[in-house]
Design a protein around this ligand. Structure first.
Ligand SMILES: Cc1ncc(COP(=O)(O)O)c(C=O)c1O
Length: 445
């Protein structure tokens, strides 16, 4: 792939005034913080929509773009995805329910997951989801009896593990052999699964699926996966006389988290993927199947930022300066989980930033590892009450948020042309407490 231009992690609408991030989507960040509180997830609708359109344009009308809801499974985001012509991939009952509540038609939903329960499968069948990506034999055991009660065979893909993993961290590489996902190509599990599904009258094998990992920045990994997947398509033809016409190559395209990082742009990624599939099919004398891709991070990641308020600055002489913000690992687990690196900026209004110094930006959780960034350049006079923004938190931020230390999870606002709309209301402590059942007098009875 050609080298893309050096990219910046902030949404395209970001406006900086006097060294502070002032506006996103035309909305004043200080005003958003004052009205909605912090921490606050801010999603730039223009950036979000532009990314969806870039996918549609790069791949063209014959490729199916399925938004991977796991990256940000918020009703309004799924509604925008569908409005923009994307379909939706869900990986749990909760994600499926979100899509259905957002009015996403079953025919535009595909179901993933490596341990789908019978209840999830039944719910998906009841909603007439378009494809189920089957992960393993036990799942087939659960699906077959449910499918038997259906008027027509259930359309499935098989999730294949091609023996090629890629991605920004070991935890998000998913296509290598040492992984829990899918039917492994090595040792013949994938071939055996195709045999089983082809012989099963209640199911219809529509195609194959793989997902090699997330935050992938080296396109060569996709080429290797394509080779294995098209080889399997050819074996299905040779063994069963069945030419499968769908090939889902998953998501995973990386994004820029820190200025200067190099990631393939979506045009180069699309071009390479199509060229690799076309060439592999030609070698195996197969027609080119309909391609499906499932981007998550590269759609929502750069569209979102998080806004925090600094609560304390602590200088430890000879060690470092800490800036504690009002959220942390409960609203962005990725730094603690993967050592993920983000870009920070002073935000809101204030004196022009003339001098900066390095801070560790830490959260308010009872963990020394609750560090959002280690060597972050922020105004030298940073202090309580000032706003700090973090770029590219739209993917796997809210999606992986927790209530650690019983923190209520942040609100999310969608901004566009200077206006804002709450798309996730701020959780309250009452919400958090609502699941607890206090002991009755006398204890367990
Ligand atoms: C099956 C599947 N498809 C798509 C994705 C989306 O990946 P990304 O957000 O990196 O594009 C994932 C992420 O884990 C996945 O497991």
């Amino acid at each position: 792939m050609p080298d893309p231009p050096v990219a910046c992690p902030w949404p395209g609408t970001a406006e900086v005034v006097d060294g502070r991030l002032r506006r996103i989507g035309g909305a004043d960040l200080a005003d958003l913080a004052a009205r909605h509180g912090t921490p606050l997830y801010v999603v730039d609708e223009a950036e979000l929509v532009a990314r969806m359109r870039a996918y549609r344009q790069a791949f063209g009308p014959d490729v199916r773009i399925v938004y991977a809801a796991k990256a940000l499974a918020v009703t309004a985001v799924l509604q925008i995805a569908v409005r923009e012509g994307l379909d939706v991939d869900v990986a749990s009952e909760g994600e499926l329910a979100t899509a259905l509540r957002g009015g996403v038609a079953g025919e535009r939903i595909v179901l993933h997951g490596n341990n789908k329960s019978a209840a999830e499968l039944a719910l998906a069948l009841g909603a007439d989801v378009n494809r189920i990506a089957v992960d393993n034999d036990a799942e087939l055991d659960r699906l077959v009896p449910l499918a038997a009660g259906r008027p027509a065979p259930v359309d499935v893909w098989l999730r294949i593990t091609p023996g090629v993993g890629a991605g920004g961290h070991a935890f998000i590489r998913t296509g290598q052999d040492d992984v829990k996902f899918g039917f492994h190509l090595s040792a013949g599990a994938a071939d055996a699964a195709t045999d089983r599904v082809v012989a099963e009258p209640t199911l219809r094998l529509r195609g194959l699926h793989c997902h090699i990992g997330s935050q992938v920045t080296d396109g060569r990994a996709y080429a290797a996966a394509v080779e294995g997947m098209v080889g399997l398509l050819a074996r299905v033809r040779d063994r069963h006389g069945l030419v499968l016409d769908e090939l889902n190559l998953g998501g995973g395209l990386g994004i820029v988290y820190a200025a200067g990082e190099v990631v393939p742009d979506v045009d180069a990624y699309a071009q390479d993927l199509r060229a690799n599939v076309t060439a592999a099919c030609a070698r195996h004398e197969l027609p080119v199947p309909r391609l499906v891709v499932e981007p998550g991070r590269s759609i929502v990641g750069p569209a979102g930022i998080t806004l925090y308020t600094v609560g304390a600055v602590k200088d430890v002489p000879g060690v470092r300066a800490f800036a504690a913000v009002d959220g942390g690992m409960s609203d962005n687990l990725r730094p603690a989980l993967y050592g993920a690196v983000y870009t920070f900026a002073a935000a809101g209004h204030g004196a022009p930033v003339t001098r900066t110094r390095p801070f560790a930006v830490v959260g308010k959780h009872c963990e020394s590892g609750d560090v959002l960034g280690t060597d972050v350049s922020l105004p030298a006079d940073l202090g309580p009450g000032q706003l700090v923004a973090v770029a590219a938190t739209g993917a796997y931020g809210d999606a992986m948020a927790s209530n650690y230390n019983r923190l209520a999870r942040p609100a999310m606002v969608l901004v566009r042309d200077g206006r804002d709309q709450v798309i996730v209301r701020r959780e309250t402590v009452e919400d958090v407490l609502a699941r607890d059942v206090p002991l009755a007098r006398g204890g367990v009875r």
